[in-house]
Design a binder for this molecule. Structure first.
Ligand SMILES: Nc1nc2c(c(=O)[nH]1)N[C@H]1C(S)=C(S)[C@@H](COP(=O)(O)O)O[C@H]1N2
Ligand SMILES: [Mo]
Length: 576
């Protein structure tokens, strides 16, 4: 009876494997179809997108807190694990109820198709990758099951009933299936199960379980060769289709277009960044964040590929003269440079979601003035190609600050991840209400008529950046040597400016930090305390900044939701 159980277990594993391979075929073929149609329509991606949009806010916050910018990878990984479990289950089902298993796979294709068609930027063909993938996967599952159980699946026998009875119940199918095995086949499998040399194992099995021996000496029912060839073929199809799909997706890359762009000169170039802006201390964030190190936050699982040749920005809504701008028209406008530090509202006290760049772009206010904003309008609802939206206060965009439709970042066309070809940059506002990447539309409207993406999800409609400061060195939690130690970091109060930074150790007196130079009020500011004499033991270091309005950070902690974190950054170091 133990063998019946072992047999059914071995068969279940084999079936689960068949299901897994069929699932891989479905995803691989789906990827290939997506490569031909739209890389964003790959089954895992559309399900991921739909999951992101429907995840409760609390869970999303937890994911961002826990996984940081790896949240996308974790999400995709989670979806793949769930799909794998379902596929394995459908494989087990497929032996007995092939029709149900097929239906199950097609149902999953349908889920993918629905997810694909509810994306804001979906085209009519976007349902195909999920549907075609699921159909081919279902077909693959039937094929593999038929190879592995060539004459049909034989139910394991209940304890009281003999082996022969089961075979009889199945008709001669079960028996002939077993007869097809070459003897060596059975022997190999027995040996593979760790029962010693093949011959020995078979003899032992025969001694203890004559019925199994009679059945050909194997402890499982499936055709090993059939299963193996099915699995190998399936994995090959999945791999080739998946890789081809990715290759085809790359064909659409706008990277080549981006490389061809010759950036125009600004109408009036900005002075170079003062040398004194960067204290050049090891471990201190550089004043200008290199593009490759710049934090990236967005809801896009696949980078939008926007061709600058077909890109258009539509400005409409409460305006006298709606405007449509092409990329060339935008480049021909007088361009300006601005040093602006972007900050994410999800940046917790001491967090990494902040970066500073020199941007090049056209004045947003100038363009809006040409369109003629009607009275009563207080919100710019901007939309990206992938349907994300942001609501920017009209008064902020129009008050004379360097609000930009940016085309370049630190001397090169915007990287794809940072909004190529055009994004908004508005100094002083968190990214979620101002920094729309891959922007294609600005609707001049009212806060009482429209809600932007994150506001619908519980975040504040307006998001001025809070005055904050961060200790970069020494590193929190590190062990350092006793003696003279530099404490340094960055502080920011965009569009106000930082006037002072103070540091205290172990709640002692506040020490004034030395401030680095800044090119203007829209960037962060480096600071350093040079004269801390670190004594052996554990020490707490705290920082607070004062902005140019005279406001000094308070120790009251506020979490990131709904309108940004505040509080003193505090670190612990061990001095030896
Ligand atoms: N299209 C689009 N633009 C977007 C977002 C997004 O999800 N989609 N996220 C915003 C947020 S929350 C921030 S903080 C900034 C981040 O810009 P970065 O990724 O270039 O650093 O982009 C903003 N622009
Ligand atoms: Mo953000």
């Amino acid at each position: 009876m133990k063998d019946e159980r072992a047999r059914s277990r071995a068969d279940a594993w084999a079936a689960a494997l068949a299901g897994l391979v069929a699932g891989a075929v479905a995803l691989g073929v789906g990827q290939l179809a997506a490569g031909l149609i739209d890389p964003g329509a790959a089954p895992v991606i559309v399900v991921g997108d739909a999951t992101v949009d429907r995840t409760p806010q609390a869970l999303k916050d937890w994911a961002i807190r826990t996984f940081g910018t790896n949240d996308k990878i974790v999400l995709i990984g989670g979806i793949v694990v769930v799909l794998a479990l379902v596929a394995a289950g459908l494989g087990i089902l497929a032996r007995r109820r092939p029709g149900l298993a097929t239906a199950g796979l097609l149902l999953f294709g349908l889920v993918g198709a629905v997810a694909a068609s509810t994306r804001p930027d979906s085209g009519p063909l976007d349902v195909l990758p999920s549907v075609v993938g699921a159909a081919v996967g279902a077909w693959a599952l039937r094929l593999i099951v038929r190879r592995a159980w060539p004459t049909g699946y034989r139910e394991p026998v209940p304890a009281a009933v003999g082996h022969g009875a089961a075979a009889a119940r199945d008709g001669d199918g079960g028996a002939s299936a077993r007869d097809e095995h070459a003897p060596g086949d059975g022997a190999q499998s027995t040996g593979g199960r760790g029962e010693g040399a093949a011959g020995d194992g078979r003899e032992k099995a025969a001694e203890r379980h004559p019925a199994v021996m009679r059945a050909g000496g194997q402890l499982h029912e499936f055709d090993r060769r059939g299963l193996l060839t099915g699995v190998v073929a399936g994995v090959a199809v999945a791999g080739v289709a998946g890789l081809a799909g990715r290759g085809l997706a790359g064909r659409l890359e706008v990277d080549t277009e981006r490389a061809k762009i010759a950036l125009p000169r600004p109408a009036k170039p900005l002075r170079p960044i003062p040398a004194g802006a960067d204290l050049r201390l090891k471990d201190l964030s550089p004043f200008v964040t290199p593009n490759r190190d710049f934090y990236r936050i967005d809801t896009a699982l696949v980078l939008p590929q926007v061709d600058p040749k077909t890109w258009k920005l539509k400005i409409h809504g409460m305006v006298d003269r709606p405007i449509e701008l092409t990329y060339d028209q935008l480049l021909r406008r007088p361009l300006m440079e601005a040093d602006v530090t972007l900050t994410c509202v999800s940046n917790d006290v001491g967090g990494p979601y902040i970066g500073n760049a020199r941007w090049l772009g056209a004045s947003l206010a100038d363009i809006l003035r040409e369109a003629g904003i009607r009275s009563g309008a207080d919100m710019l609802l901007s939309t990206s190609t992938d349907g994300w939206t942001s609501g920017t206060p009209v008064d902020v965009a129009m008050d004379g600050r360097d609000a930009l439709l940016a085309i370049a970042m630190n001397g090169e066309p915007l990287p794809l991840a940072h909004g190529f070809p055009v994004r908004q940059v508005v100094p002083g506002l968190y990214g979620y209400v101002s920094a729309t990447k891959w922007i294609t539309e600005i609707k001049v409207s009212r806060y009482d008529q429209e809600e932007a993406y994150w506001t619908e999800r519980g975040w504040a409609p307006k998001g001025p950046i809070k005055t904050e400061s961060r200790i970069d060195l020494p590193r929190g939690g590190s062990t350092i040597r006793a003696g003279r130690t530099q404490i340094a970091g960055v502080a920011w109060a965009q569009h106000k400016g930082i006037d002072a930074v103070e540091v205290r150790v172990d709640k002692g007196p506040w020490r004034q930090a030395r401030l680095a130079q800044v090119p203007g009020v829209d960037t962060w500011r480096q600071w350093v305390v040079d004269d801390w004499d670190a004594t052996p033991g554990d020490h707490t270091i705290e920082v607070r900044a004062t902005d140019a309005t005279g406001y000094t950070q308070t120790p009251d902690y506020a979490p990131v939701i709904p309108d940004g974190a505040s509080g003193w950054h505090s670190i612990l170091v061990v001095v030896k």
